[in-house]
Design a protein around this ligand. Structure first.
Ligand code: NAP
Length: 351
């Protein structure tokens, strides 16, 4: 900015502390040209499943986005601003496993943008996807980034993100989501039967939304003896994908999956993937209740798939046994015995 001729002044403060924000505005008023715009880009992450989050993890993440946005709004509402932009996240638009606190914090920013517009004030909340190269998403562990990619989202390149910001500053609705996303891939990862009404317009245009799970079709078409093997291989490959393992044979039948690196976020992801491929809804404690491959196979094949599979299996097996017994009996009959049975049957039919 300075090479482009701008003067840059950095005023430090905690955005979630009213006195700090007020002090910054006093400094601006005393020594700088009139304030014409606000871009609120302060934020922190502290991820975890909602049931595991401490209150401190909540308040820490909420502080800059809730208190901070509110103080900025309060202290600028009488100023003739050109723009008031909140850097929100896709987490408050689509949700993200492990980011309940962050989604709620960003949801507040989204609401403030709408509220300000309603008051005739400038207001824009941008629900950014993950930015590439720099920032909080780029600093996340590679496992988290792989998870994002697997869900169909890719990162926003710096230049394209800045272009989007530029065009949104000149004209936009009060809330806009910006993220490169492959909707087919995103939808195929959703738990079976899960609908997001908010995305209906996009969803109806996607053929894969109505497509039956390929694995379930394969499982149904397989013979009884092939099914167990198919399910085992399928589970192994989904577990390996979730854990980022190359060799699926590393997943031993009785080894606890948490020993292989599965964490609680991955457990949710794995459950979602299984729901999607098996077209069924599964309990949220699945991986905690059935923590090994062997236990998962037993549970899924008996408790989850059995109602649809075992009945069919039993009937098929019984029919196969009946037919082979009948054939043996016929083969053992003498010609005279066979003739007598035939005559008896014809007699019964009044032939
Ligand atoms: N990067 C992404 O992929 C992404 C995606 C979606 C949304 N966003 C949003 O975009 C914004 C910028 O993200 P980023 O990637 O640049 O994050 P970042 O690299 O982690 O930077 C966040 C900045 O916020 C500051 N901050 C946090 N709490 C503060 C407080 N109470 N008072 C004053 N400053 C505070 C931090 O200051 P200190 O360093 O001094 O702590 C840091 O400079 C965030 O609001 C984030 O939620 C980012």
């Amino acid at each position: 900015l300075e090479t482009a001729g701008a003067k840059v002044k950095v005023l430090l403060g905690d955005i979630s502390t009213q006195e700090d924000v007020a002090k910054i505005f006093q400094q601006i008023q005393a020594s700088l040209p009139p304030l014409k715009g606000v871009i609120h880009a302060a934020g922190v992450l502290d991820d975890g499943l909602v049931q595991n989050l401490s209150w401190q993890q909540f308040t820490k993440v909420m502080a800059p986005k809730v208190a901070g946005t509110w103080y900025l709004h309060q202290l600028t509402q009488d100023l003739p601003l050109d723009f008031f932009v909140c850097f929100s996240s896709i987490a408050s638009l689509l949700g993200n496993p492990g980011q309940g606190n962050y989604a709620a914090a960003n949801g507040f920013m989204d609401a403030i943008a709408h509220y300000r517009r309603g008051q005739g004030l400038p207001g824009l909340s941008i629900n950014w996807g993950a930015w590439a190269s720099a920032g909080m998403a780029a600093r996340l562990a590679s496992g988290h980034q792989q998870r994002l990619e697997a869900s169909g989202m890719s990162a926003i390149e710096l230049e394209r993100g800045m272009q989007a910001l530029g065009s949104l500053l000149s004209d936009s609705p009060s809330q806009v989501g910006v993220l490169p996303i492959n909707w087919s891939k995103f939808v195929s990862q959703l738990p079976s039967g899960k609908k997001i009404p908010f995305l209906e317009a996009l969803i109806s245009a996607e053929p894969s939304f109505t497509k039956k799970s390929a694995f379930r079709e394969q499982l149904e078409a397989a013979t009884v003896s092939e099914r167990q093997e198919l399910l085992t291989t399928h589970l192994r490959s989904i577990i390996a994908k979730t854990l980022g393992l190359q060799d699926i044979q590393k997943i031993e039948m009785r080894q606890p999956l948490f020993d292989l690196g599965l964490d609680s976020l991955m457990a949710v992801e794995l459950k979602n993937r299984l729901e999607s491929s098996l077209e069924t809804s599964l309990r949220s404690t699945l991986l905690f209740d059935y923590p090994t491959l062997e236990k998962l196979i037993d549970y899924l094949s008996v408790e989850v798939l059995s109602l649809e599979l075992a009945v069919v299996l039993d009937q098929q097996e019984a029919e196969e046994v009946d037919q082979s017994n009948l054939q043996k009996e016929i083969e053992q009959l003498s010609e005279l015995e066979a003739q007598n049975i035939l005559l008896q049957e014809l007699d019964n039919m009044n032939f």
